[in-house]
Design a protein around this ligand. Structure first.
Ligand SMILES: NC(=O)c1ccc[n+]([C@@H]2O[C@H](COP(=O)([O-])OP(=O)(O)OC[C@H]3O[C@@H](n4cnc5c(N)ncnc54)[C@H](OP(=O)(O)O)[C@@H]3O)[C@@H](O)[C@H]2O)c1
Length: 353
């Protein structure tokens, strides 16, 4: 007899409506393995996966019932059972996981570094989300810093790619919105001292926290856009707020060189209409990964990222209060809190399942 598994599903048209559903623990067929989801993080990034679930196909990774979705999370899992070559029970992996007790995968290219899930429903989805890294083969894995990895790794990888892209711009000023978010301040951490002034825009209640990080040259509340100097500026948008975008375009006009859309923490989908500055471009991490892999090779990219991570991790440890809760109900509560945006930016939610 198998123990029943579970999954947390949300209504795709109302992300506040949740249900914990029972699910059978999968049995691996030939070439398959079953992962037991162990420890995951929840940040605004996961909310964005849900907000853009249809547009960017995030709902397709972990299929759910009609009208429902399983919001992708990042974290650690253990191989519970395997009928796949090169994948053994007891191995620990880091990767893209469902909000559920288990995940059935079809490992391909299994080796010392890990494997990729070759399940047919994931084949056409961006490869970066389909790989599972074995902790034993990952030079960046530090057992005592697993919670930091759960919370920051995908975000800081984005920060790393963003900072690299921005270094190619001739902007005298880089402005980041949702400056209190981990992805934004990770980017600012890497940009600071690189020549451009790094300015963070955030909610009034988060100004003090954001300024205290020391990653930004200046931190302004959202209403203070008029305080930005008229200088060649790159805008890195993590908030996705249309009124803010409009205010920046109206204020900076031709001085705005780049408007890069990275996130939608404010969950605002209203169209911006005609803008005086440059057309917003969507930042798509997999494209940057492909470009830099071509330039540096995969090892070169991993090495550069590893160096950046080793500089960032000790600093970030002082900027986050990791809050660990346990079990499916706690996961649901954390989801609702992060969705509502009521978490303090200093809180990092980790859930042990
Ligand atoms: N394109 C990519 O590849 C990529 C990769 C990683 C992350 N991202 C995006 O970057 C953004 C930040 O993600 P994160 O995980 O780093 O965030 P996080 O650390 O959880 O950020 C928390 C901050 O986001 C803002 N926020 C969160 N929920 C809100 C709500 N309901 N209403 C208003 N503001 C809210 C607040 O910042 P403020 O008060 O400062 O606005 C809050 O302090 C997300 O949209 C994420 O999807 C994109």
């Amino acid at each position: 007899m198998t123990t029943p598994g579970w999954a947390l599903e949300v209504a795709r048209d109302d992300l506040t409506r949740t249900s914990l559903v029972e699910a059978d623990v999968p049995e691996p067929g030939d070439g398959e393995a079953v992962l037991r989801v162990d420890r995951v993080g929840v940040t605004a990034n996961n909310v964005t996966y849900a907000v853009l679930g249809d547009a960017l196909r995030y709902w397709r990774f972990f299929p759910a019932g009609e009208g429902s979705g399983r919001v992708p999370l990042w974290g650690f899992a253990e191989v519970l059972a395997s009928r796949a070559d090169g994948v053994e029970p007891g191995q620990r992996v880091y990767g893209y996981l469902p909000p559920a007790s288990h995940l059935l995968v079809r490992p391909e290219r299994a080796g010392a570094h890990g494997f990729r899930d070759g399940s047919p429903h994931r084949a056409a989805l961006p490869a970066v989300y389909n790989s599972y890294l074995l902790t034993s083969g990952d030079p960046a894995h530090e057992p005592e810093r697993e919670d930091l990895q759960v919370l920051y790794r995908p975000l800081f990888f984005t920060s790393f790619l963003l900072a690299d892209q921005l270094a190619e711009q001739d902007a005298g000023v880089v402005v980041l919105s949702s400056a209190s978010s981990k992805t934004a301040y990770g980017t600012a951490f890497l940009l600071r001292g690189g020549g451009a002034e790094v300015v963070g825009l955030t909610s009034p209640r988060n100004v003090d926290f954001t300024a205290s990080l020391g990653c930004y040259d200046r931190v302004l509340p959202y209403d203070d856009v008029p305080a930005l100097a008229a200088a060649p500026t790159a805008y890195v948008d993590l908030a996705g707020s249309t009124p803010l975008r409009r205010a920046l375009h109206d204020h900076l006009g031709a001085d705005l060189l780049l408007d890069l859309v990275v996130g939608v923490t404010h969950q605002d989908a209203s169209p911006a209409g005609d803008l005086p500055g440059p057309r917003p471009t969507v930042f798509f991490a997999p494209d940057r990964v492909a470009a830099r892999t071509a330039d540096w090779g995969r090892e070169g990219l991993d090495r550069r990222f590893g160096e950046a991570w080793r500089r960032f991790a000790p600093a970030a440890e002082g900027w986050v209060d990791v809050t660990v809760s346990s079990g499916p109900e706690a996961l649901r509560d954390v989801w609702l809190e992060v969705l509502a945006g009521s978490s303090d930016p200093r809180t990092g939610h980790v859930v042990q399942l």
